[in-house]
Design a protein around this ligand. Sequence first.
Ligand code: PLP
Length: 496
Amino acid sequence: MNKMGFPTCDQNRKTADFQLPRTVSDHTGPLRMENLMAPLSNTDMRDIETLVHPYTNLATHRQSGPIVIERAKGIRVYDQHGKPYIEGMSGLWCASLGFGNDEIAETAREQIANLSYTHLFASRSHESAIELAEKIKEMSPAPASKVFFTSSGSEANDTQVKLLWYYNNARGKPEKKKIISRLKGYHGVTVASASLTGLPANHTDFDLPIAGILHTDCPHYYHFAEAGESEADFSRRMAQNLEALIQEQGPETIAGFIAEPIMGAGGVILPPENYFQEIKKVLDAHDILFIADEVICGFHRTGEAFGSLTFDMEPDSISIAKAITSAYAPLGALTVNEDMYQAMLNQSEKIGTLGHGFTYSGHPLATAIGLKTLEIYERENIPGHVRTVSAIFLERLNRLADHDLIGETRGIGLIGAAEIVSDKGRKQSFDPSHGVGAIAAEFCRDEGIILRPLGDSIGFCPPLIIQEDDIHELFDGVEKALDRTQAWIQESGIQN
Ligand SMILES: Cc1ncc(COP(=O)(O)O)c(C=O)c1O
């Protein structure tokens, strides 16, 4: 075993008679050692000597090298050897319209030719930012008075934190500043948004979370329900625990609560029955603003325009990014309700300029692409398509639960996960040091399917344009990969 507890390559060679594919990196931690047999190319070496890769085990990367993607079209990406893969994660949950869309390419060309850059500072503006903000206001499941643009989900959530602080100073409640998020929630990586994130890898040795950010329970019924507890009772208990945390801190100190409709990077965890209704009652009782982080769910992922609608969340504000441009350009945003806007307006009257904004807030290339993306969603009836193919997607996903390794499948629309366990009866997970989820994802990749290990869950989030045949191809590959994972487990003698 190497020092992370993963099998060394020599051990792999002894225990497995197939070649392990090269490593992909996950969101949650280090992956296993790589097949050192494959020689590193010149491109690999240049990569290793030049890049710090985000969310990558830097030590294993030096041995495994990168996976270089050369081109992409539709739902497929192609590596440097020309091997095609179904991009079962839409990149990072974002490329909803797939890759290489000619219409969006033309929009980008025209926008760059016409107005490659202007900004929104100091009252400067431009048409596509205004029009996209209008569209977001129209669509928003939260009461939206105004829209603030960023370039990423992290920046959107960071801005949420700052505006909550600003708002409560403006309305004379300077003690009301703490924000509650959830264990296993994911909200980004900037200092404040990483603090909201409830995953250890984002805190360890980064000296996070910052003060004033608190985490309440992860509402994963499969793992955390008590014996005999119904989903509705479980949700009530989650809300009671939130209430207890608020009481312990003092309700007058809590400004906001942030939650993803579906926890994405935490394992694609769907809310249990009545969860958000129970939570909302607690928030309303204490004048706590409810922010829905729609960065993954927003724009039809669940089969509805927003996860907030699917789960009847009734948030006060939303953060969005990713699918708003289908990842053709970096763009994020958040909505501001009228009450908060009025408080901010009063501040400007008192202290002047709102001292917040990014060089690329409302970048014209991003907003033009955002508008075109929303136009395509509507014109091509992407929501209708998602609802149609979702039935096949969920049927094939749920069928994975028949596999000996899969303890739970969960999904809605075109997002889902299959969780690998060592003992289905006891819902027992493998020791994380074995990296079984990562190994399964490697086998998937070898089968031509890119998916994401989220701990020992395998995440699915294919482009929304995926067709029925592609869904079957995707799950046929996953089934083979799970069989290979099971064989690998048996040959390696891993117990749990
Ligand atoms: C729910 C959620 N919020 C925020 C973020 C952060 O977005 P970004 O990576 O664009 O900063 C992500 C990224 O995966 C996310 O899934």
